[in-house]
Ligand binder design. Structure first.
Ligand code: ASP
Length: 589
């Protein structure tokens, strides 16, 4: 071993002992004769002195050191002189008086400082990710991730779950994204698909009698990048046999109720048992299927208040079957014309046509529609929303879907603008009873809202041919502070129902057999009822680490253009390799 003690572990109890340290030079300064070094390893930083009077050779070597050099140091632990202690550092009472300093490796000047959290362009950080990862913030995030997955394994093992690895080279497993394909050399013209999740495989494990499965599973989805998306990401994939919906919910809820305080003690779960909302309630009350419940500002339906409104826009919206919905924004009644115009532009970006405002001010009712609002309506609106003087009501008259979408987005805008959500609170909420299908207008076909392996509510099954849009399913989401943490469902375990659902989403008999024949066949050999879920580990770590995106909690993420800028991937393939794979490029230049 190159070290007898970790840099971050040296304490007053070691005073007088000889120790050997190994690590990186975090800081270096020459105080006229004595050189002071901070030596860092994963466990922390310790101060080292190099005094020419005590060890001339060590001092000479220390004088040649620069930041990020890799060193090994033998020395004696001393108490720091009175007044020189650093109470902010775990090792701050002591220093190591060097006797021998050896350079294990030199280092170029890093493109950014490792020893401080200064802002650095993200692509530079990603290009030198191995240096970025040396910094305290990302070291902490790696440790947090490790603790999360370790906790999951330790929690699930005594409950009878076993971890089973499933293949990465597989067949299409649709979760609503595009597949990544891998060409086969041995089978010309054939491709593996990387699994968008181990969905079918874990269901097949249920057919195989595993009963309780989990996996810290990598998923691959080719879709547009966002802060909470990456081409490959990690889920706690879990599946159970002989369970009803609430059995799965209970296992997952028990896990997170214990995991969060264990790995992030500064975070407080707002409410246990986790609140449960139906999908319809979530949409109506928060305008979104992943509501952040750390604050109120619920959407109100003011259609009744304005049933006899003189305002044309309101009249027309109601006449065409739409609604008038609103939120009450605290303390913003004095918003200027420009402020309101900005909100209108935001509403339009969300697909709305406009925004009406009613402001309750000391000098009466103001706002963009004040002159159309009768005194009775203003009073009724105030009562409906619970608004106080000083509050601003934002109204949207549109279809229910658009009104929800616009107001749901405005609610989140004000969460951030007015700091309404406590960042140390964790709101976990179950969203239940999702629609089974939604209509894809572009492709003119029904699509599974969750995925095609989800069990429709039994009572709704007869509607599959006549009214699929009104069918509900046994799918559920767990939402954490307004981010979808994971989805799951009770699955279809009967071949006839599965076949019917495939048909409903527009697959031909040939496609069904070609893509999912193995699954349908397996269901004919005694498939047990089963269900499961897959909470996202990156997203959980992101929320618990207070990070703005999942790239910060992934060791080697892709950038927002899905590029690995460190290794330069994807990159053109060698023509010889392409030939072996039977691939000719369309635009061969
Ligand atoms: N495959 C997941 C499930 O367990 C869902 C997902 O990956 O989002 O239902």
């Amino acid at each position: 071993m190159y070290k007898t003690i970790r840099c971050g572990d040296v304490r007053a109890g070691d005073i007088g002992k000889e120790v050997t340290l190994a690590g990186w030079v975090d800081r270096w300064r020459d105080h006229g004769g004595v050189i002071f070094l901070d030596i860092r390893d994963r466990w922390g930083v310790v101060q080292v002195t190099a005094n020419p009077e005590l060890a001339a050779a060590a001092h000479e070597t220390a004088a040649r050191l620069r930041n990020e050099f890799v060193v090994q140091i033998r020395g004696i632990v001393r108490r720091r002189p009175a007044g020189m202690e650093n109470p902010n550092l775990a090792t701050g009472e002591v220093e190591v008086e060097s006797r021998e300093v050896e350079v294990l490796n030199a280092a170029l000047t890093p493109p950014f400082n490792i020893n401080e959290e200064s802002p650095v362009d993200e692509n530079v950080r990603l290009k030198y990710r191995y240096l970025d990862l040396r910094r305290e913030r990302l070291q902490k995030n790696l440790v947090l991730r490790h603790k999360i997955t370790k906790f999951m394994r330790d929690y699930l093992d005594p409950l009878g779950f076993i971890e089973v690895e499933t293949p990465i080279l597989f067949k299409t497993t649709p979760e609503g994204a595009r597949d990544y394909l891998v060409p086969s050399r041995v089978h010309p013209g054939c491709f593996y698909a990387l699994p968008q999740s181990p969905q079918q495989l874990k269901q097949l494990l249920m057919v195989a009698g595993v009963e309780r499965y989990f996996q810290i599973a990598r998923c691959f989805r080719d879709e547009d990048q966002r802060g909470d998306r990456q081409p490959e990401f990690t889920q706690l994939d879990l599946e159970m046999s002989f369970v009803h919906r609430d059995d799965v919910l209970d296992i997952i809820e028990g896990l997170f109720t214990e995991l969060i305080p264990a790995v992030a003690p500064h975070k407080k779960i707002q409410q246990t048992p986790f609140p449960r909302l139906t999908w319809t309630d979530a949409m109506n009350r928060y305008g979104i299927d992943k509501p952040d419940l750390r604050f109120g500002m619920e959407l109100c339906d003011a259609s009744g208040v304005f049933a006899k409104s003189e305002f044309k826009v309101f009249q027309e919206a109601l006449k065409s079957g739409g609604v008038i919905k609103c939120i009450s924004v605290p303390g913003c009644a004095a918003y200027s014309r420009k402020d309101v115009d900005d909100l209108m532009a935001f509403a339009r970006e969300q697909g709305g046509q406009g925004l009406a405002t009613v402001a309750y001010t000391g000098e009466g009712v103001k706002g963009s529609v004040a002159k159309f609002v009768a005194a009775g309506e203003a009073a009724a609106l105030k009562q409906l929303t619970g608004a106080a003087d000083g509050d601003l009501i934002l109204l949207v008259a549109d279809t229910i879907m658009t009104a929800n979408k616009v107001l749901g987005a405005l609610r989140l805008l004000f969460r951030d603008r007015l700091n309404l959500a406590d960042k140390n609170k964790i709101s976990l909420v179950w969203i239940l009873d999702f629609p089974m299908f939604h209509w894809n207008e572009e492709e003119k076909r029904w699509e599974a809202e969750h995925h095609a392996f989800t069990m429709p509510k039994e009572a709704d099954l007869p509607k599959i041919d006549t009214d699929p849009g009104s069918m509900l399913s046994d799918a559920y989401d767990l939402v954490i502070n307004g981010t979808e943490l994971g989805s799951g469902s009770i699955r279809i375990h009967r071949a006839d129902i599965q076949h019917k659902v495939f048909e409903r989403i527009g697959l031909s008999e040939e496609e069904i057999r070609g893509r999912f024949g193995h699954l349908l066949e397996a269901f004919e050999y005694g498939a047990p009822p089963h269900g499961g879920m897959a909470p996202g580990i990156d997203r959980l770590a992101m929320v618990l680490a207070d990070e703005p995106n999942i790239r910060e909690v992934i060791a080697f993420p892709k950038n927002q253009q899905a590029l690995d800028v460190m290794a330069d991937a994807p990159s053109p393939a060698d023509p010889r390799q392409l030939k072996e794979l039977h691939i000719r490029l369309l635009d061969e230049r």
